[in-house]
Design a protein around this ligand. Structure first.
Ligand SMILES: [Zn+2]
Length: 293
């Protein structure tokens, strides 16, 4: 069976494992702290690749940052990783083929092949974590746009309070729908500067009135974003993944979205491909695994 060495590159952690063409993890999951210098990141990549490249068909990167349409380099800046990272020449790292894709796009592909959007030609996936990632599948293909950067969830939610976003702009969907967004909504609503995301989630579980209200504001911001995405893409399904997705009520979100959209009814569901969906999707993409459609 063909397999890929999959490497997931984030701002704080780098993971690697082996993935086969069925989307199964067939190796150890190895976890590393993301080095603080560019030279150390490259030497970590080389060390991981040297250990496995003779046992795999392809090297697959799921990375932070938008990835070009030739799947070999990063476009623009990437937030919380060293400034030089986007200049990485991925192909030079191995004698085997090297394939690179954005981490959220990889996760969306994993859901499309083996997870919550399996058998759905049209889907949108949102990763609700510290930030918000996005991946769009249209007609069984990953939608990349003219440059490869499509699916960035920085469209504007106009609330007029100019909340700063990680991208440098303000009032982006990400600034509200992320875990960070929930914390800021909590601070703004409660007036308590020390309130945390954890406080809100605990309060929600204990049916605390104020925490439930804060959570509902946050969930409503997510609903508004999904309404826009559903109206634009008319998806079979909208998949919610990431650490914050476990707290949302997908039945409620589906109902609210379907009362507002002008396209045909859609479904909002939680992801099913697991915590390592980025590496699984990278492996499947790199191995050329597609659906029949
Ligand atoms: Zn933004």
């Amino acid at each position: 069976m063909r397999k890929a060495l999959a490497i997931d590159v984030g701002g704080t952690k780098i993971y690697n494992t082996l993935v086969n063409d069925k989307g199964e993890i067939v190796g150890e999951i190895e976890k590393h702290s993301t080095p603080k210098t560019y030279a150390e990141i490259i030497s970590l990549f080389k060390e991981i690749i040297k250990k496995y490249e003779n046992t795999v068909d392809v090297i697959a990167f799921a990375t932070c940052g938008a990835v070009n349409n030739s799947n070999d380099g990063i476009l623009g800046s990437t937030g919380n990783i060293v400034r030089e990272y986007p200049k990485t020449d991925f192909k030079s790292l191995s004698t085997k083929p090297v394939y690179v894709e954005n981490d959220a796009n990889c996760a969306a592909w994993a859901e499309h092949i083996i997870g919550a959007s399996k058998n759905c030609p049209y889907s949108v996936m949102l990763t609700l974590g510290t930030g918000v990632g996005g991946g769009i599948i249209l007609d069984n293909r990953l939608y990349k746009g003219k440059s490869g950067a499509a699916g960035e969830m920085h469209f504007k939610i106009n609330r007029g309070n100019k909340r700063k976003c990680t991208c440098g702009s303000s009032d982006c969907f990400e600034a509200y729908a992320s875990g960070t967004g929930l914390r800021i909504t909590a601070v703004e609503t409660s007036g308590n500067p020390d309130i945390t995301t954890y406080d809100v989630i605990e309060g929600l579980k204990n049916k605390d009135e104020q925490m439930t209200k804060i959570f509902d504001i946050w969930q409503n911001d997510i609903i508004n974003g999904i309404i826009g995405l559903a109206d634009i893409f008319d998806p079979d399904v909208v998949v919610l993944s990431g650490s914050m997705a476990e707290f949302v009520d997908t039945d409620y979100i589906t109902e609210k979205v379907n009362t507002e959209i002008v396209t045909q009814p859609t479904k909002v569901v939680k992801a099913q491909a697991g915590n390592y969906s980025g590496m699984i999707g990278a492996g499947l993409l790199a191995l050329g695994v597609k659906t029949d459609g």
